[in-house]
Design a protein around this ligand. Structure first.
Ligand code: OAD
Length: 244
């Protein structure tokens, strides 16, 4: 697709860009999204059985099997051109905040720095009781325990009903207030509070741009909807802003 000139100009002139990504940015790497018909994880599995603290306490071994499966899946894949383009974009503009709802670490593997992980990290282990990150737990155990307090270890992701890490929320609020361009990439914009960041940025006067093959709940409020896959549209955007 060709990128509209108004988008190229706005990105070139931007002092601060806020990028919010979702599962779609990793889809071309082979990581399943959550809500797409047929292939979405929440189409095949019930999130209430797998992604709540209550479910974990009911059956920690089941939850660990599911997260070990996801860890293995993500370990086998690589970042795609969309991830690399966002790392490049950060080098081309004066300021950029990258907020991801993804827990797969692919932005970091593509070279993005200071990534704000809204929903935690799949590869982190946390003590269920104390919340601290544990790096030396026995990860081969079917339900590993904290070497410090002996309590259960859990994956370091945010489950339904749990709070977003306060620092991530704070950074997001500040970036939404100061950005002049807001870029939504590969998210259905259905899960709060990430879903509200576009409107917050718009109220602060930012230009809203969305990259997604399918329209979302945000699409009717963006200034520019770039319909397509992030692994194709983002590299195109980079070449457009880098050309003379
Ligand atoms: P969803 O599965 O809700 O949405 C994925 C979006 O990616 C959809 O809008 C797709 O159209 C789009 N998409 C698919 N392929 C794409 C591609 N190649 N390029 C760009 N976009 C593409 O995933 P999220 O919006 O990330 O939370 O879901 C948000 C949260 O809900 C997740 O972080 C997770 C989930 O429950 C937790 O686990 C806490």
């Amino acid at each position: 697709m060709s990128i509209p000139e108004a988008v190229v100009e706005a990105v070139r002139a931007a002092r601060h860009i806020l990028v919010v990504t979702g599962a779609g940015v990793s889809a071309e790497s082979g990581v399943p999204t959550f809500r797409e018909a047929q292939t979405g994880l929440w189409e095949q599995f019930d999130p209430h059985e797998l992604a709540t603290p209550e479910a974990f306490l009911r059956d920690p071994e089941l939850i660990w099997r599911w997260y070990h499966w996801r860890r293995e899946l993500v370990s086998r894949v690589r970042p795609n051109p969309g991830h690399y383009a966002l790392a490049e974009l950060a080098r081309l503009v004066p300021g950029l905040t990258l907020i991801t709802q993804n827990v797969d670490g692919l932005h970091q593997r593509a070279g993005s720095e200071d990534v704000v992980e809204f929903h935690g990290n799949l590869f982190e282990d946390r003590c269920f009781a104390e919340g601290c990150v544990v790096t030396n737990g026995d990860m081969d155990a079917p339900a590993p325990h904290c070497p410090g307090c002996g309590g259960l270890l859990r994956p370091g992701v945010v489950w339904f009903g749990e709070a977003i890490p306060p620092q991530a929320l704070h950074t997001a609020g500040q970036a939404a207030a100061k950005c002049d361009v807001f870029l939504s990439v590969g998210t259905s914009s259905l899960v709060w509070p990430a879903a509200g960041l576009g409107d917050a940025a718009r109220e602060s006067g930012a230009m809203l741009i969305e990259i997604n093959p399918d329209a979302t709940t945000l699409t009717d409020r963006v200034h520019h909807y770039l319909q397509g896959k992030s692994g194709e549209v983002l590299p195109e955007l980079i070449s457009s802003i880098a050309r003379d």
